[in-house]
Design a protein. Structure first.
Ligand SMILES: NC(=O)C1=CN([C@@H]2O[C@H](COP(=O)(O)OP(=O)(O)OC[C@H]3O[C@@H](n4cnc5c(N)ncnc54)[C@H](OP(=O)(O)O)[C@@H]3O)[C@@H](O)[C@H]2O)C=CC1
Ligand SMILES: O=CC(=O)O
Length: 291
């Protein structure tokens, strides 16, 4: 199967390499062209524009940073819309808001093309090992056509119905994750400041009802101030912002998520946006040191 792939950031690089490893023919495009070199060395071809990739491939997947990037790659000159047509499918796996997905979906339908939104849950390592959870919505026929690729990329995929439902599900999940990361950071700081060994806290948490892979994987690294990016903090803050907007639209009060968003904004203002989202821990430690 031949697929196009737009966006070779942390996720896109891992996912396209995974497709190549599993025998797919892959044509890639990335705004910063030099980031294509490694996947090309593993057998990918390169398109000069998103339109060129779509022209060559019947299915094109994208995973881009945010709504502005997702829209630009579709609507700008040389973008997806220039070549999408009947018989061609576009699958956007970026984390965006439902409005962005709807805009893309409508524009592609007007050209006779097919669209699936399919944001993913899971980070750099699940992307490398094909263990993502895929949250798809919009066109069931394209979802079914993409199953061979989803089988490589994910451990489980869901079809959630009308366009926007994939984006909403992803934002709800990441709103919870961002809030939990803040509570975890406060807990680690409270343990240390009140005279406990924070490593013992990690051991205790891991044996109880709120044990989870995030505490287990990120906790020891946070205690070493290692924030090598798997999920960049700037993207987590974008997800909090988009989830809060969804809360506004549905009159859902989310004071915990709003407070967590402020902490991620603070972290961005401290220049931590490109580090892993667990670097929000630094904002809690900063408050500790200023008292
Ligand atoms: N990392 C993670 O753990 C996860 C991330 N996600 C989501 O997946 C998406 C990608 O994340 P990730 O790979 O980590 O992000 P990165 O920041 O590593 O990569 C972002 C990608 O978007 C491209 N891009 C940014 N702006 C534009 C633009 N205006 N036009 C064209 N391309 C653009 C970048 O191109 P360039 O190289 O030129 O900058 C790059 O290819 C995000 O929506 C994120 O929220 C979802 C699940 C997990
Ligand atoms: O969006 C991030 C993730 O880990 O999932």
């Amino acid at each position: 199967m031949e697929v196009g792939f737009l966006g070779l950031g942390i996720m896109g690089k891992a996912m396209s390499m995974n497709l190549l490893k599993n025998g797919f023919k892959v044509t890639v495009w990335n705004r910063t062209l030099s980031k294509c070199d490694e996947v090309v060395a593993h057998g990918a071809s390169v398109g000069e524009t998103p339109a060129e990739v779509v022209k060559k491939c019947n299915i094109t997947i994208a995973i881009l940073s945010d709504p502005a990037a997702a829209l630009s790659v579709v609507f700008d000159k040389g973008g997806v819309l220039d070549q999408i047509c009947s018989g061609k499918g576009y699958i956007d796996m970026s984390t965006v808001d439902p409005e962005t997905s709807c805009k893309i979906s409508e524009a592609i339908a007007l050209k006779g093309g097919h669209f699936l939104e399919a944001p993913v849950s899971g980070s750099k390592q699940p992307a490398e090992t094909g263990q993502l959870v895929i949250l798809a919505a919009r066109e069931k026929a394209l979802y079914e056509e993409a199953v061979p690729a989803f089988d490589v990329l994910g451990k489980k995929y869901f079809f959630l119905g009308p366009v926007g439902n994939g984006a909403k599900m992803k934002l709800v999940v990441n709103m919870i994750m961002g809030s939990v990361m803040n509570a975890f950071s406060e807990g680690l700081t409270l343990a240390e400041r009140s005279g406990l060994n924070p490593h013992s806290l990690l051991d205790v948490l891991d044996l109880g009802g709120i044990a989870n892979p995030m505490f287990k994987g990120k906790g020891p690294e946070m205690l070493k101030d290692n924030y090598s990016p798997a999920f960049p903090l700037k993207h987590q803050q974008k997800d909090m912002r988009l989830a809060l907007a969804l809360g506004d639209q549905n009159a859902v009060s989310m004071p915990v998520a709003a407070a967590a968003n402020e902490a991620f904004k603070k972290a961005r203002s401290m220049g931590l946006g490109d580090l892993d989202f667990s670097a929000v821990f630094e904002t809690v430690k900063l408050l500790k040191h200023s008292s």
